[in-house]
Design a protein around this ligand. Sequence first.
Ligand code: ATP
Length: 445
Amino acid sequence: MRNISPLFAYDTQIWTPYPPSFSSQKALLPNNPFIFEDDIYSFLSRILLMIRSVTDLDVQGKKVLVRVDFNVPLHEDGTITDDKRIVESLPTIENLTSRGAIVILMSHLGRPKGKRNLAYSLAPVAAHLRTLTTAHVHFADDCIGEAAQSVIASANPGDIVLLENVRFYAEEEANDADFIKSLAHLGDMYVNDAFGTAHRAHATTTGIASHFTERAAGLLMQKELQYLGDALGKPQRPFTAILGGSKVSGKIDVIRQLMNSCDTILIGGGMMFTFYKAMGYETGSSLVEADKVSLAKDILDAAKAQNVRLLLPTDAVIANAFSNEAERTIVTVDHIPAGWMGLDIGPATCAVYTEAILSSKTIVWNGPMGVFEMSNFAAGTLAVAQALTQATAQGAITVIGGGDSAAAIAQFGLEKQVSHVSTGGGASLEFLEGKPLPGVEALSL
Ligand code: ATP
């Protein structure tokens, strides 16, 4: 079998990189006098300077509306499978309760499609919250109107009121003005701690903010922006990004954006096969997005033109079916037989990627290297996760961008051994793509 260098040199026409997305940022914020930086991350750090922290608010005796992201995974019996998002919001909640605020929590859960559907009730979350805090937790079975008002009226300073799922109203996602008024009427101040929903321009994440001169970011929101912003805006070099996941289509913008700031990009997951197709390899029955092949080729060209080290796996674990019980073997990526599919990166690639990770000072990871949910195809994702923990121990900053990579590192029990695991998959991806987050912008003064 032929040996392939992981650093593929690709000699074709030069692709014009985009963004540089800043002109679009300007268009989105036409009246903002503070925009004068020429890249998104400097721009975001400016925005952050215009945002107050929850700790700056004088909250004693005040009713503080806090948007949290309690969109947690639930078992069928309503018990919570992973309470990370709740636990991560506790510092903000406790900062407020300890200073005598009445904390009114707003969140969504799942996609009830604008209708009251008790399968998506936040009542189990209120019950779980009671096990995590000594504060008195009330639950209002509506997020607006008399039901919400009467529960809030019965709360004392230092108490918490969790409102029912805001997405029981279609007006939430529509950012509806009357709905916003009904919500805003419930509190004196507004805090947004829901980084996981910051990429959505909904009533409780954006529209409501302008009703309050006293508005601020929560501690989780600040922490997320700090880690992601620092990693991307002022990375210690070498700066490496690891990108995996199922499809290249979901990651094109992030690859393009990261090429502007990274020294090395490591590719894995299902998306690698679209790159191989672009290079003329046979990919068997691996996941390939036929309509993205030329785009993959453009990316390879652009990496070369921009002098970014873009590494693709040299070997893969292939299987004769999409199943943990399937027959499997390891091949170099130019030897995938018909009828077989690549479901993980191979051991030679793991070694090269581990070395690349260990020689980096800043590492951002988004998307698993293989079908980690099946134990026979989890080795590549595990190798990357372990390399990240080693790099962290050596002093590197390691940031996991939420979503499936966060699920993977939690599955391996390694989440405490990296610098930061984001609570927002979609939000962190949009941040990495250089898109403005409406929930963050709405907080700026
Ligand atoms: P999120 O969008 O939730 O942040 P992500 O960006 O981490 O997720 P996705 O693009 O959603 O990643 O893809 C994750 C899925 O990709 C996982 O379920 C994993 O099993 C699957 N996957 C990884 N490698 C392959 C492969 N070689 N073939 C098919 N599926 C794969």
